[in-house]
Design a protein around this ligand. Sequence first.
Ligand SMILES: [Zn+2]
Ligand SMILES: [Zn+2]
Length: 242
Amino acid sequence: MTTKRQARWTCLTCGEGGLAPTKPRRDDVRRYCLSCSAKTGRLVEKVAPSLEKKREAQTAKTQERSKKKRQKEAARRGRVTANERLVKKREKLVLEEAERLWKLLTPYHKGKPIPRIVITDTRQTRGASGYWRGGGFFSSGEITLRLVPFGTGNFHEARSWKVLLHELCHAACPPKQGDSHHREFYYAMKTTTEKRWKCFISFASLTGNRWGYHVDDVILSQLLRLAVVKFPIPETRQRPIK
Ligand SMILES: [Zn+2]
Ligand SMILES: [Zn+2]
């Protein structure tokens, strides 16, 4: 036979006490003070102070735990809304700049509507990237911009801005004979950059008739040297901890 754990049960009215199991059966006489019950005509229950104390401690612990959980949840929600605010702020900033550039690109698109712009986060740390998907005759298609979520600093500002301009130039200067990075396209980038930042971009280092991504590098490196681009995109996410 196993001995059950015992506790002292005491009557709060007369003080009479005795040992009984910590979990006595409902009809166990040791749960009740028989003399007080006989006097009052009703069953008078005894209490086990040690068990009460334990139960109270348990309740306090549970309450503390759920309080911590609630606080944690509120903090997480706070972080999410802070992030959403930053994402909205970033979108507003990019769209405003896009409107501005689209106006400067009017000689090329001749009044077509501005393309739809979808902004996402890139996983690459080297910087922003993007692509343009052409629309039909009346539409300017859609630009997807992948921005570095923690891309602050001169390099990322200039690169993000240059990528936005690059994709807008695609919408303004559609491909010619299957070539999307043609001469006119890059001249649109050059003149728009010069108008926007009141500077001069030199294509003198370009040799022959080679047009392509290296022209982007030529524009970007000059922009960085001139330090004219002001395109501070908010950090929408915290820099990963290494
Ligand atoms: Zn009693
Ligand atoms: Zn391109």
